[in-house]
Design a protein around this ligand. Structure first.
Ligand code: LER
Ligand code: MN
Length: 282
């Protein structure tokens, strides 16, 4: 098992200057950084890779940011095109950063949570499967996996539970598509986070560790004991990435509905979370 942190804890937009957080990330004993890439060209990949290596870290994953106009489930054709081209850019970024995994709610834009008719939903599912087929071909050529993250009901109406992710992966039928589970979302949507992890099994390629209040892992109501037992049962040996937010990063605070401080600052949060997770998983 390896541990990392998502850069959204420190800034909304990751830039070349953001690499100055690597030293303190390394000091908390973490192994990797999940870079939230807003768009191609935001960073010099070779400089970032150099800075990661200089600090004894790796890019464990790139996480996608899906605003309203990036949406591969349609029906808006322009949004589908934007979504596909952005995901391909992120896959290219993974290659440049020597990283094998692109993660997040790739299937739709975050915050799109509507009451769709069954017919429209069926059509969107078909469109999404077809977009994923094209993307999986590209991902296969680049040898980068994509792991899709179910989100809670307030952030999407499309893929809320692990079963939904398994279903779309089966329909796409590619080995490049995997599952990414987030303890915050599971805590809201699953009957049991432990059972969801078992259901994902070998398809589970990524975990976001986040409390029920989006604070430091280990300080809230998430059933970490069950999470740990299930991860052990399936032999999970990949990354657990702390994804938390503070009101300091204003744009993300608004997007993730973070209205109050759970810790003094981002560094305290990541230190607490890292200590807890490392102790838990021994
Ligand atoms: C959003 O709630 C989330 O969990 C992120 O990982 C998705 O971008
Ligand atoms: Mn997440």
């Amino acid at each position: 098992m390896k541990f990392g942190v998502n850069t959204l804890l420190y800034s909304a937009k990751f830039t070349d200057e953001s690499t100055n957080i690597f030293r303190s990330i390394k000091d908390t004993g973490l192994d990797g950084v999940e870079i939230a890439l807003e768009q191609k060209g935001d960073i010099d990949y070779s400089k970032t890779l150099y800075k990661l290596k200089e600090n004894g870290l790796e890019c464990c994953s790139i996480c996608g940011l899906f605003g309203e106009n990036r949406d591969i489930r349609g029906p808006n054709k322009e949004y589908i095109k934007n979504g596909i081209s952005y995901i391909k850019d992120c896959i290219d970024a993974c290659v440049s950063l020597e990283c094998k995994l692109f993660v997040g709610p790739l299937y739709s834009s975050v915050g799109r949570a509507n009451l769709e008719s069954p017919e429209d939903k069926k059509e969107q599912w078909k469109t999404c499967v077809s977009s994923f087929k094209e993307l999986c071909k590209y991902a296969g050529e680049k040898e980068v996996y994509m792991a899709i993250e179910p989100l809670n009901r307030f952030e999407t109406d499309f893929i809320n539970i692990c079963r939904d992710a398994v279903n779309i992966i089966n329909d796409v039928g590619s080995k490049m598509l995997k599952i990414h589970l987030d303890t915050f979302h599971m805590n809201i949507e699953e009957k049991s986070s432990g059972d969801a992890i078992i259901e994902a099994g070998d398809l589970l390629y990524h975990i976001h560790a986040s409390e029920n209040d989006r604070g430091a892992p280990g300080t809230g109501q998430v059933d970490w004991k069950k999470v740990k037992e299930s991860l052990k049962k399936i032999g999970y040996d990949k990354y657990i990435v702390i994804e938390s937010f503070t009101p300091e990063v204003r744009i993300i605070a608004k997007a993730a509905s973070i209205w109050r401080q759970t810790e003094k600052d981002a560094n305290t949060l990541v230190e607490k979370g890292a200590r807890f997770l490392k102790e838990l998983f021994g």
